[in-house]
Each structure stands twice: as structure tokens, then as C-alpha cells.
Ligand binder design. Structure first.
Ligand SMILES: Cc1cc2nc3c(=O)[nH]c(=O)nc-3n(C[C@H](O)[C@H](O)[C@H](O)COP(=O)(O)OP(=O)(O)OC[C@H]3O[C@@H](n4cnc5c(N)ncnc54)[C@H](O)[C@@H]3O)c2cc1C
Length: 400
């Protein structure tokens, strides 16, 4: 693998930079760089700007509306977006359900759903987890029973999903449902696409300690779903579910964002003082920052190696990216909190929501850091907890 950027790669990077300079709205950029909360309109606005440019789905093949970039170009694009401080593109449609539809969906599903994902006409959410099925995902109990009546074939869905991220905005949910309870649990699951506006779907918010509404419970009460919304074959959903998880975990590594946050950490640590000199020059603190930077560089190389396997769906190596990526993200938030010290203590929801220009703490950079730190505890849980990923690595990569 050649890790040096060619002249073409550098020209591509300049093209991306120029586009971001001219098209990333300053108000969105400010929210991202200051760790303020983004709302649905913010995400949709940025999604549509990228969609108009043809850049919103970097990993999609050209035939479905992708830009036809190489793995390295995709990496450069992600790095530049992170560096500039763009809102993230919600992964549920573009990076999760779309690859499954492309690989296993019917022609009709591809034609109907993929353009709506590209244009953000449909906001998707992920209906995997249930109260009794998190790490043990194959234990899903939500049932889908097939019926045939005068209106055609459909499923009747009953059950509950939980921790459904941003389901309050969603138009569609991709769900793992039980279609056969009489066989080994992995063999009785199907992958079903459900309209969130259908009668019988209820979204109940789970409000976090910091008053943020990020996750939900979703209930299905006799929801009627057309059989045309089954992806692939009935009872083969477990295979599709695992394929999707590989894509989810690669995205969670977020190296570009961590590089940007490392820059912020260094700026904070230069500004704060300890024993009369900048914190960044304190040997103990500097050693922690250096160790983190080395980890991040190693992860960057690992991501490039995984991406270099062009055309292959990510396998168990995605678990390595997930574990290391989220460890690094959490360490970054810890060190930022340490650098900001007591300035990060006051909790100011109005400032985080953008309702007030400056924080009551008097330090706008430090004010969101405690909330940011606590929010990032989730990264080692979602997408399959890191303990589970370590189990996958030990079995499937190390052969233990
Ligand atoms: C903020 C957030 C957003 C989420 N968003 C979504 C979403 O949009 N859609 C969705 O479907 N899900 C979502 N999830 C759910 C997430 O995928 C699950 O929380 C995760 O898979 C863990 O499952 P659990 O919470 O049931 O924990 P459990 O499975 O009950 O695990 C509890 C603890 O035991 C450990 N453990 C369990 N089994 C083992 C084992 N075999 N070996 C070692 N350790 C083990 C776990 O690692 C964990 O530390 C989200 C979760 C969070 C926190």
C-alpha cells in the first residue's frame, strides 16, 4: 500500500477544500466546531448541499448516484469534511440500509428507495435493539406475521425497539423482526423496512440527563407492512444484519473528527496554565497527549489498510476500527475536560441549544465539554459494545 498522496490526490484534496470553503454555511460550521447541538434542519441542509454536488454518498457505486471515488479519495473527503467542521451525514440511510438494499434488495426497492435516501426525502432510523436484545441481538422478539388478503400480501408487526437514535425525525425504520420462532434463533429473523408514519407506530422519547433528546423507544402495534418491504429472503435477515453492522462499525472510527478534536485539545492546553506555564508543556499532560496522538496515527494507518481492500465488504477488521476509534474519542473528551478544569463545570443547556450567544460560564470553548464527555461514553456501547467487539477480534482475527 502506497501511503503517499499523488499529485492527483492532492489536486482532489484542493478541490474538496475549495468546495467546503465556499459551500459549508458558516452557522453550521460554528455549531459543529463549538460542540453545540444540531437539529434536524441542520443535518438535512448539509445533506442536500452535498447531494446537489453529487458527493453525499462517497461509498456508493456510480450506478446508484455515488461519485465513483477511490478508497483514498473517500478518505481524503472525510478528513477534509471533519477538518472543516461539517455536520455529519446521518449514517442510517446512506451507510447502513443502502448497502443492504444494493446487495440484497429487489430491483423495485433499489429504484424506489435509493434516490429518496440520496435526496434525504426519507430520514431512516435503525430498529435492531430491543429491551431483551442488545448484545444478544439474535434474541429479537418483535414479530412479523405474513398475511394475504384482498389488498395483497403484507406483514403484521408487533413489538418494541429501544435506543432508536433520532427516531423522532424518521420517515422509515429498518427492522430485524422474528418471522419464525420454531428454528434456531438466527434462522428465524427477517429484515423489514417499515414506514414510521404507518398506523400503530409510536415513538416515545428517552430524555438524557443533559436534557437532550437523542434516543427513543419505538412501539409497533399491529402495524401493516407491505410484503414488498421485505429485503431479500424471509428468515435470512441475520446475514443482512451482520453485513450492515460491518459498515456501521467502520464509520464509527471517525479518525478525521478525532484529528480535529486533537487540534482543539492542543489549543486548549496551550491556553490553560499549570505551575506558571502552558499545560501543554507540563510533562505529564504532554505525555498523555503524545500517547493519544500516536494511537490516532496508528488507527489512521489501519483505516487506510481496511479501505485499500477496495470492493470488499468490511469483515471483522471493522471491529478493530470500532474499538480503537471509540477508545480514542473517549480519551480525547477526557483530556479536554481535564484541560478545561472547573471552567467546564457549569451546565448551560440554553447555550448548547444555540438559544443564547455566550455561555453563562464565561468560556464558550469549555462550556460544552462536560456534556460532550458524558455523551461520548455511549460510543463504546452503540454499534455493538466494545466488549463484544473484543470477543469478535479474539475469535475471528486472532483465532483464540
Ligand atoms: C446512545 C445509544 C444509541 C443507540 N442507537 C441505537 C439505534 O439507533 N438503533 C439500535 O438498534 N440500537 C441502538 N443502540 C443500542 C446499542 O446497539 C446497544 O445498547 C448495544 O448493542 C448493547 O446492548 P445492551 O444495551 O442491551 O447491553 P447488554 O447486551 O445488556 O450488555 C450489558 C453489558 O454486558 C456486556 N456483555 C454482554 N454480553 C457480553 C459477552 N458475551 N461478553 C462480554 N461482555 C458482554 C456488554 O458489553 C455491556 O457492557 C444505541 C445505544 C446507545 C447507548
Amino acid at each position: 500500500m502506497d501511503l503517499h498522496y499523488s499529485d492527483e490526490d492532492l489536486a482532489f484534496r484542493d478541490q474538496v477544500r475549495a468546495f467546503l470553503d465556499s459551500h459549508l454555511p458558516k452557522d453550521l460550521q460554528a455549531k459543529v466546531l463549538q460542540h453545540l447541538r444540531l437539529d434536524k434542519d441542520d443535518f438535512v441542509r448539509w445533506h442536500r448541499i452535498l447531494a446537489r454536488q453529487g458527493w453525499v454518498a462517497p461509498a456508493w457505486p456510480r450506478e446508484f448516484g455515488g461519485p465513483g471515488w477511490t478508497a483514498l479519495q473517500r478518505h481524503i473527503f472525510e478528513e477534509e469534511c471533519a477538518r472543516a467542521g461539517t455536520p455529519r451525514i446521518m449514517p442510517f440511510g446512506i451507510d447502513m440500509v443502502a448497502p443492504v438494499i444494493m446487495a440484497f434488495g429487489s430491483q423495485e426497492q433499489k429504484a424506489r428507495l435509493l434516490p429518496r435516501i440520496l435526496s434525504c426525502e426519507d430520514w431512516w432510523c435503525q430498529g435492531y435493539s430491543e429491551p431483551g436484545a442488545g448484545s444478544d441481538l439474535a434474541s429479537v422478539k418483535t414479530t412479523a406475521v405474513r398475511h394475504l388478503d384482498a389488498d395483497g400480501e403484507h406483514y403484521i408487526v408487533n413489538g418494541q425497539k429501544t435506543w432508536t437514535t433520532l427516531a423522532q425525525h424518521a420517515d422509515m425504520i429498518f427492522c430485524l423482526v422474528r418471522t419464525d420462532a420454531s428454528v434456531r434463533k438466527q434462522e428465524g429473523i427477517s429484515f423489514l423496512l417499515i414506514d414510521m408514519h404507518a398506523p400503530g407506530v409510536t415513538v416515545r422519547p428517552i430524555i438524557m440527563l443533559d436534557e437532550d433528546h437523542e434516543v427513543n423507544e419505538v412501539f409497533f402495534d399491529n402495524v401493516r407492512v407491505p410484503a414488498a418491504n421485505l429485503v431479500g429472503e424471509e428468515n435470512r435477515g441475520w446475514t443482512y444484519a451482520k453485513y450492515l453492522l460491518g459498515h456501521e462499525r467502520t464509520g464509527i472510527a471517525a479518525v478525521g473528527r478525532s484529528k480535529r478534536e486533537l487540534g482543539l485539545l492542543k489549543r486548549l492546553a496551550r491556553r490553560e496554565h499549570k505551575n506558571g506555564r502552558p499545560l501543554l508543556e507540563d510533562p505529564l499532560f504532554a505525555a498523555k497527549v503524545a500517547a493519544l496522538e500516536i494511537e490516532l496515527m496508528a488507527l489512521d494507518m489501519t483505516v487506510l489498510r481496511v479501505l485499500a481492500q477496495a470492493g470488499k465488504a468490511p469483515g471483522p477488521e471493522a471491529s478493530v476500527l470500532k474499538v480503537r476509534g471509540t477508545d480514542i474519542q473517549q480519551m480525547l473528551t477526557e483530556l479536554m475536560l481535564e484541560a478545561a478544569g472547573p471552567m467546564a463545570l457549569p451546565f448551560d443547556a440554553a447555550y448548547l441549544e444555540g438559544e443564547q450567544e455566550h455561555s453563562v460560564a464565561g468560556d464558550d470553548a469549555a462550556a460544552p465539554l462536560a456534556s460532550y464527555y458524558f455523551n461520548y461514553r455511549k460510543t463504546s456501547i452503540y454499534g455493538g459494545s466494545n466488549e463484544i467487539q473484543r470477543g469478535i477480534i479474539s475469535q475471528m482475527i486472532l483465532g483464540l
